[in-house]
Design a protein around this ligand. Structure first.
Ligand SMILES: *[C@@H]1O[C@H](CO)[C@@H](O)[C@H](O)[C@H]1NC(C)=O
Ligand SMILES: *[C@@H]1O[C@H](CO)[C@@H](O)[C@H](O)[C@H]1NC(C)=O
Ligand SMILES: *[C@@H]1O[C@H](CO)[C@@H](O)[C@H](O)[C@H]1NC(C)=O
Ligand SMILES: *[C@@H]1O[C@H](CO)[C@@H](O)[C@H](O)[C@H]1NC(C)=O
Length: 182
């Protein structure tokens, strides 16, 4: 598998697992936002691609880098309303082989372009490790209504993958710094 292919596979290769429930509420105003991520792998409307190969040779992944601008829609269908763009980079940061060690660091923004949060954004950071089951990343901040927010999100690949596209379920759990922002 080429470096570029393996990086893209990383964006796809998530086994199905049970979705986690709402956690950590405890009476606080934990905001749940449920959307579907639509990815296109190639062609004129591709939403992701490889940026740089590994500097360690054709068979290495470490150091390879990809960019994505995926669509977050309200439904499973590609025609459902577009609410946000999920824009970021993914870098293979694991030097060692093995599912638990092949970390990929993702740094991304969720830019809301419609609906209740139009004009606001969430900042995300965190690894893909193992590419198994539901993946979790940290929400480390935001803008607009999400200024100084924190939280996490859960991403689960659904069984709707075609050679050129995939759909994932994405659940954000956001604790705003000040509930009056929302
Ligand atoms: C790409 O998107 C444009 C604009 O929505 C559309 O007209 C075109 O058919 C799309 N191309 C493909 C290959 O899906
Ligand atoms: C990559 O791995 C293949 C299969 O093991 C091998 O034939 C090839 O020589 C390797 N290429 C490099 C640049 O190491
Ligand atoms: C989102 O906000 C922008 C800027 O205020 C506005 O131009 C646009 O019409 C809004 N979009 C929707 C779908 O409400
Ligand atoms: C995923 O879809 C394929 C093709 O429709 C089907 O054969 C397979 O059983 C499905 N897997 C799961 C886990 O639902």
């Amino acid at each position: 598998m080429s470096t570029i292919t393996s990086l893209l596979v990383v964006l796809l290769a998530v086994a199905a697992s049970s979705a986690a429930g709402v956690a950590g509420d405890g009476g606080n105003k934990l905001k749940h936002i449920h959307l579907y991520m639509h990815e296109t792998f190639s062609g004129e409307n591709a939403t992701e691609g490889a940026m740089l190969p590994s500097p360690f040779g054709a068979n290495a992944t470490f150091g390879s880098m990809g960019v994505f601008d995926n669509e977050l829609r309200t439904g499973l269908n590609r025609d459902s309303p577009l609410v946000a763009r999920y824009q970021g980079i993914i870098v293979a940061t694991g030097v060692a082989e093995g599912p638990a060690l092949e970390g990929r660091l993702t740094v991304a923004s969720i830019l809301f372009i419609a609906g209740e949060y139009n004009g606001s954004a969430l900042s995300l950071e965190g690894p893909f490790v193992g590419f198994q089951g539901t993946m979790e990343r940290s929400i480390v901040g935001g803008n607009g209504k999400f200024r100084m927010a924190r939280g996490y999100y859960l991403l689960k690949l659904l069984n709707l993958t075609s050679p050129n596209s995939a759909v994932s379920e994405i659940d954000f759990y956001v604790l705003p710094a000040d509930p009056s922002y929302l």
